[in-house]
Design a protein around this ligand. Sequence first.
Ligand code: E4P
Length: 289
Amino acid sequence: MTRLKTKILVDGGDPQETLRVTELLGYVDGQTTNPSLVANNPHIKQLLASGRKLSEQEEMDEYRKIVREISPFVGDAGVSIEVFSDRKTTAQEMVAQGKEMYSWIPNAYVKYPCTAEGLRAARMSVDQGLRVNLTLCFSQQQAAAVYAATKGTRAPVYVSPFVGRLDDIGQNGMDLVKNVKRMLAHGDGHLLVLAASIRSLEQLLCCFWLDVDLVTVPARVLTLWAEKGFPMPEADFQYRSSAKPIPYEELDLTQPWETFNIAHELTAKGLEKFAADYRKTLADTAVAG
Ligand code: E4P
């Protein structure tokens, strides 16, 4: 199929799966990974099933192996690699991990959470020339803070609004994507929208219809899209959702990032879940935090 304007990323942690999707679509622009997806990698699952647990160093080594295998399969949207963080992780600690991860492959994007420490880490990272992706974004205010915190960068920065997890709490996650995109139309273009937590074909089509910059999609949904012959949304496409609409907010992107309300229960929950999935792979003696 011909390359679309919206960049397509595989949301996963298995190089073989990425390869299969690449063959199915003819290309993929990039990949996103996270601690839960890495814990679900077939090789890591096999190790855990055999009763083997990893040290922190072994976990990092496995993660590096995975992204090194994926890296050559994908295009210029790169491979997003997520730092381990929980409530207590400082920006400096995140940046130390981020720099290490960034050195693994030539097309890395370091993923930091949309928290105050994550935003500080992102600022320090872009100042040092690293490409970054701000994850666990659940509000327009968080996206505005990402914009403000990363202003003046050369490489584009990604912000990842999570659609499915907002739907899970009865809010229309596609509205957040739409609102962030609308807000960024007034910006300088350094921040790109990477729609994440995509669960259905309908959501993928809505991302195309909204013309989002990038969308990361599980192999299951991309396979379904391929099986249906790669349908595209008609001009009068309507996204059906019974969830509560998320209203657009007028926000001033020239304000410092600290002025935005970046707290969100799902960001806190998401961090906990990523940390728990990461720790599941570790031997008790290696458990951090
Ligand atoms: C990608 O960057 C995100 O980590 C991923 O899309 C989250 O998806 P989920 O909400 O289905 O776990």
